[in-house]
Design a protein around this ligand. Structure first.
Ligand code: ATP
Length: 609
């Protein structure tokens, strides 16, 4: 797997989120404006109370800058109280309204950004090569597409509604308190730097804990997915209790890691709470003594205490924010790992579009291995003329599937070249190459949807009529018509509700619709009963007429029909020729034949030939 050179380990950091937020700058600015206004409202919120105490109750004169706007505290005491009361109510309403508006906008921005990240990640995942997908556990990918991206959304929202507004409030309150009485203000604010240092230290530990928790959760999903996909085997072998135990073990590990992370976060909350409570205690004591000494008024003390309360909430929020921040950093790292993966099968900058294709295939001194210094294919050379059918035979693990996987460029040769109509495959545009190839695999992979949709999947833009034409062309129209709702029969996930033979017939019709020049068949009839096999063979015969065909075969029916047979042994081609010639030659092929290579369905397939 190629990681792009000169890339930092995690190109998708929290900071990288900006890229996804930028398209929503209008909504973000709106949210920021609402939050700023809210912070200002929070700043002025306690002031009417100060004037109620100082001017309405204690009858102190209003400050000069306010005297022109408000009723006189001595002459119009009750009127002043009314105005202050209404002002308090208006401030409270404005506070709630602005919090709602800002929060709503942020939530929308967060959701849109998450949608974009998820879409991009999915598109990226689909382009990563088969080697990546074989290595990566799909359950873990699901966990990243789901939970990790959701964590980022929570981060955007809580950072916006929490940190941004709270920081503004704290800074504003600190400024006003300093202006009223700087000594008292310093006593109150002294806790803030201490709090920030503790938060920062704590965040580092939290990140580690959340990293482990997310990894364990990814492993759990991978395992659950594997068991659910393999449920027929689990049930057939009566391994339910064993799998239950295995799942519980993994789930417990995941639970322990999550508990540990949450425990760490929870422990932090009382710590912050205690610190804030101590700061409030000192402030009340010091403030009261300042009032007694006549340095500040009772109203001002109330403003201080209200501010302190206003600051305590966001400060306590830091504990929560530290958790959100840590989780989001870990989520961004995990997404970054995927974004950092680059498809190792890519178009060359000057790749040729394959507009027409005769189907002449050639392997020229090809070697390949999945790992360095481990050759699976060694110096493979052969040619297939357009329209020829070549069967690949060999013992298990000989390298047959690997060999055919080089044709659609699921992998590239380590040495040598694969050529199509004289072009090195690496010089061709990948999509135009793959458009020329139809695959029928051992296990027909169908998707949830109708029968015709599954056939039409063979070519982008194909409709119901084309699907029916393809089904007719491979001779399975009557088979489809015989299904419950014909072409509109809905099939479940991975072709659920159909027999193996029916599934394979549909996948052949799908390949037919593709109208490709090259057909690759990877043991398409294995595991089928005699009747199904005959249908599938009939369909395959029709599919392969006039197309270059590579077929991995174990059955006489398929092998004998081939123009040539390549015998693969330990990654090399050891024999090449028609069936009768190879049998007469003796050697590996004859040995395989005698050992019963073809026996699983020889009697049935012979009927079909
Ligand atoms: N994705 C992979 N990563 C690493 N090694 C692999 C991978 N796929 C196959 N191999 C190895 O490559 C060798 C050839 O495997 P391949 O599937 O091509 O054999 P085959 O001839 O098709 O076998 P079979 O008839 O059993 O399907 C085997 O030793 C196998 O273990």
């Amino acid at each position: 797997m190629a990681r792009s050179a000169n890339q930092s380990p995690s190109p998708f950091s929290l900071w990288g989120l900006r890229r996804f937020l930028r398209p929503h700058s209008v909504a973000l600015s709106g949210a920021a404006l609402a939050m700023t206004m809210r912070a200002m409202v929070l700043l002025v919120l306690p002031w009417p109370l100060k004037f109620v105490v100082d001017s309405v109750i204690s009858q102190k004169p209003l400050p000069i800058w306010l005297a022109g706007f408000l009723p006189d505290p001595i002459v119009h005491r009750v009127a002043l109280l009314d105005v202050l009361g209404i002002t308090m109510l208006l401030f409270a309403v404005a506070d709630s309204a602005l919090a709602y508006i800002g929060g709503r906008w942020l939530l929308r921005v967060g959701q849109r950004a998450v949608f974009d990240i998820r879409r991009l990640l999915f598109a990226h995942l689909q382009r990563l090569s088969l080697a990546f997908h074989r290595r990566q556990k799909s359950g873990d990918l699901m966990a990243r597409l789901g939970g990790d991206i959701q964590t980022l959304q929570d981060f955007v929202v809580s950072m916006g509604t929490g940190l941004f507004a709270h920081l503004l409030t704290i800074v504003g309150m600190a400024g006003i308190m300093l202006a009223i009485d700087w000594r008292y203000a310093l006593v109150v604010i002294a806790a803030v730097p201490l709090l920030l240092v503790i938060t920062q230290r704590h965040t580092r530990r939290l990140k580690q804990a959340f990293r482990l928790a997310r990894r364990k959760e990814g492993e759990l999903w991978s395992m659950a997915q594997e068991i659910i996909v393999g449920i027929p085997v689990v049930q057939a072998y009566g391994r339910e209790s064993f799998e239950e135990g295995r799942f519980r073990e993994h789930a417990e590990e995941s639970l322990d890691a999550a508990l540990e992370a949450n425990e760490l976060q929870m422990r932090f909350t009382p710590l912050i709470g205690g610190l804030v409570a101590a700061a409030v205690g000192v402030a009340v004591w010091y403030g009261a003594s300042q009032v007694l000494a006549g340095h500040i008024t009772t109203g001002e003390l109330l403003v201080f205490l209200a501010y302190l309360r206003g600051m305590a909430a966001p400060l306590r929020q830091f504990a929560k924010l530290a958790g959100t921040f840590s989780k989001a950093t870990v989520a961004a790292e995990r997404l970054g790992d995927i974004f950092a993966e680059e498809p190792d099968i890519r178009d060359a900058p000057d790749a040729i579009h394959l507009s027409s294709c005769a189907g002449a295939l050639e392997f020229r001194s090809v070697s390949f291995g999945y790992r360095p210094n481990e050759s699976v294919l060694k110096d493979i050379s052969f040619r297939v003329d357009p329209g020829q059918t070549v069967a690949l035979v060999g013992t298990t693990g000989a390298g047959k599937s690997t060999l055919v996987s080089l044709v659609p460029r699921f992998h590239d040769p380590v040495e040598g070249r694969v050529l199509l109509d004289g072009h090195d495959l690496r010089d061709l545009q990948l999509t135009s190459l793959r458009n020329r190839i139809a695959l029928v695999l051992q296990e027909a992979l169908l998707f949830h949807g109708t029968v015709w949709e599954n056939i039409a999947y063979g070519r982008a833009g194909a409709g119901r009529e084309e699907a029916i034409t393809a089904a007719r062309a491979v001779g399975i129209h009557d088979l489809v018509e015989g299904l419950r709702d014909g072409y509109d029969t809905r099939i479940g996930e991975r072709g659920g509700g159909l027999s193996g033979g029916q599934r394979q017939c549909l996948s052949i019709a799908r390949a037919m619709l593709r109208d490709a020049s090259i057909v690759i068949l990877d043991e398409p009839t294995s595991g089928l009963d005699a009747f199904s096999e005959r249908r599938v063979l009939e369909a395959l015969n029709r599919l392969t007429i006039g197309r270059t065909t590579l077929v991995i075969a174990h059955r006489l029916a398929t092998i004998a029909k081939a123009d040539r047979i390549l015998v693969v042994d330990h990654g090399r081609i050891v024999q090449d020729g028609p069936h009768a010639q190879l049998l007469a030659q003796g050697g590996h092929y004859a040995e395989l034949w005698q050992q019963g290579y073809h026996t699983p369905s020889m009697s049935t397939t012979q009927e079909a030939v």
